[in-house]
Design a protein around this ligand. Structure first.
Ligand SMILES: Cc1cc2nc3c(=O)[nH]c(=O)nc-3n(C[C@H](O)[C@H](O)[C@H](O)COP(=O)(O)OP(=O)(O)OC[C@H]3O[C@@H](n4cnc5c(N)ncnc54)[C@H](O)[C@@H]3O)c2cc1C
Length: 453
């Protein structure tokens, strides 16, 4: 470890991302107060730092095993809320779950939520998260009004579209590498109820699935598809498209069920192609009403019903490979090649989700932000010695179609491929250098991608 310890409060901790594929011995600093968080950059004594929220990024984005990992989850206060405008200001460590508990019953919603509510506000900004409504609402940054950024020299900047816009855009999607985010100001949205009118559309193969997206997408606020990656031949890419809209005429009752938990790390053999093939077949054929009213918690966060479902992959862990492919026939061809490649390598995904993205809001500035027009496929792949080889092949396919990988999910990308997928990273590095953050903030991800020492 370089430098000396910035605080006697640092502790040793073994950390991993949500996929538990690789684990790292780290020194962590748990901040109890905002002042400790903001001063961490001043007191780092030559060590590098990375902020960590709830560790829901799948790989090594929130891990610094050569400096300090700064834990933010106790910085969880709501600082201000204007009931008339819906403008919220909160500390970075508050979870979306806590915010939803407070604001949904009052008729307000976080405009963009990911597939889990157990993430921090800081993590949402740093990954510029997307939800099931990107085609209408864009990514998280579209609703983000401002935040404070403490840079590598310990200076704090107020950042918005008007104030320090270069720092604002480098930070959204910047994976914590521009500095420490605090005082997040977000525009909430009014909702008619806490219920969703959900429509399901089965698709017998990839071409039907892609057509269904095109046919229905703009007519609904939310869309996402489950894909059966084990289906082959004529059924390749079959799935179920789920469409949703906030329901009128229902209450704002918000009573998320306490999650169940997996008592033990499951043995490796539990999830295999045979058991998952049977599950997928049953799930695909499950009779379901075409339209139903479901509570919003169940619609947005089905996986949160089991708190540690990531342990179901056993000691080997898993990775999530999430890529962006272009819209239209090129994207569909790319998806087909990805499904076939996983099957040929005998490593098909047990869980896959497909979404559509609209054009990015500020593509030229938000250089590391992931979403842009096209399809995004997220596939869970169990830990296996063949994973590196498979991901290298998948990366080549994604590159051929001009796509890229979502850094918040990534565990595998190398520096060369990253540079091709994110050609504007050089301009982003220049902004980091202006902030003095290039030498102060680093993560295992950043080192792997060759953007930090
Ligand atoms: C089940 C599941 C479903 C998901 N679905 C989606 C989805 O639909 N869409 C989507 O976009 N993502 C999705 N994600 C990914 C998740 O939303 C992001 O990885 C998010 O960043 C996690 O937030 P966190 O608080 O856990 O952050 P961490 O994992 O702890 O950190 C993520 C990044 O944020 C940085 N960071 C955190 N706090 C700060 C701060 N205060 N200042 C500076 N940097 C900070 C870290 O340095 C790191 O680079 C999903 C994850 C899971 C586990």
């Amino acid at each position: 470890m370089s430098g000396t310890e910035p605080s006697p409060n640092s502790k040793a901790m073994r950390l991993s991302g949500w996929g538990r594929y690789t684990r790292f011995d780290c020194r962590v600093l748990r901040c109890e107060k905002m002042s400790e968080f903001e001063h961490a950059a001043n007191e780092r004594n030559g060590s590098t730092l990375i902020a960590r929220g709830y560790g829901r990024s799948y790989g090594d984005a929130a891990i610094n095993d050569s400096g300090f990992t700064v834990l933010s989850e106790r910085l969880d206060r709501i600082l201000a809320f204007d009931e008339k405008t819906g403008i919220l200001t909160a500390e970075p460590g508050i979870s979306l779950a806590s915010l939803l508990d407070v604001f949904v019953p009052r008729g307000w919603m976080i405009p963009v939520v990911p597939g889990t509510k157990f993430i921090s506000l800081g993590g949402a900004v740093a990954a510029d998260i997307h939800g099931k409504n990107h085609h209408l609402e864009g990514s998280f940054s579209k609703h983000l009004l401002s935040f404070k950024l403490t840079d590598g020299m310990g200076q704090t900047h107020h950042c918005s579209r008007d104030k320090n816009p270069a720092f604002f855009w480098a930070t959204v999607g910047g994976m914590g590498l521009t500095g420490l985010i605090s005082d997040v100001q977000l525009q909430l949205q009014r909702i008619p109820s806490a219920f969703i009118e959900m429509k399901t559309v089965p698709a017998r193969n990839l071409s039907e699935l892609v057509d269904s997206f095109t046919q229905y997408e703009d007519k609904h606020q939310f869309s996402v598809a489950w894909v059966d990656c084990l289906a082959r031949g004529e059924s390749l890419g079959r799935g179920i498209l789920m469409l949703g809209d906030f329901a009128q005429g229902h209450s704002h009752a918000w009573n998320p069920k306490a999650p169940l938990s997996v008592p033990l790390e499951a043995p490796n053999f539990l999830l295999n192609q045979l058991s998952m093939g049977m599950f997928n077949e049953l799930y695909y054929r499950l009779p379901r009403p075409e339209i139903q009213i479901v509570d919003a918690d169940r619609f947005f966060f089905p996986l949160d019903r089991i708190s540690n479902w990531n342990c179901m992959y056993g000691p080997r862990g898993f990775i999530q490979y999430q890529c962006l492919l272009p819209p239209g026939p090129d994207g569909a061809k790319g998806l087909e090649r990805i499904f076939k490649t996983c099957q040929q390598e005998n490593l098909p995904s047990f869980f896959a989700v497909l979404k559509r993205f609209a054009k990015a809001e500020q593509k030229e500035f938000a250089t590391l932000s992931f979403p842009d027009e096209g399809y995004t496929l997220a596939i869970d792949l169990p830990g296996d010695e063949k994973l590196v080889g498979l991901c290298t092949k998948l990366d080549q396919i994604v590159l051929e179609y001009g796509g890229r990988i979502y850094l918040a999910k990534d565990s595998m990308l190398n520096a060369d491929t990253f540079a091709k997928m994110y050609p504007q990273a050089k301009a982003w590095q220049d902004v980091c250098a202006k902030l003095g953050s290039d030498r102060a903030f680093s993560s295992h991800l950043a080192q792997r991608l060759g953007i930090r020492l």
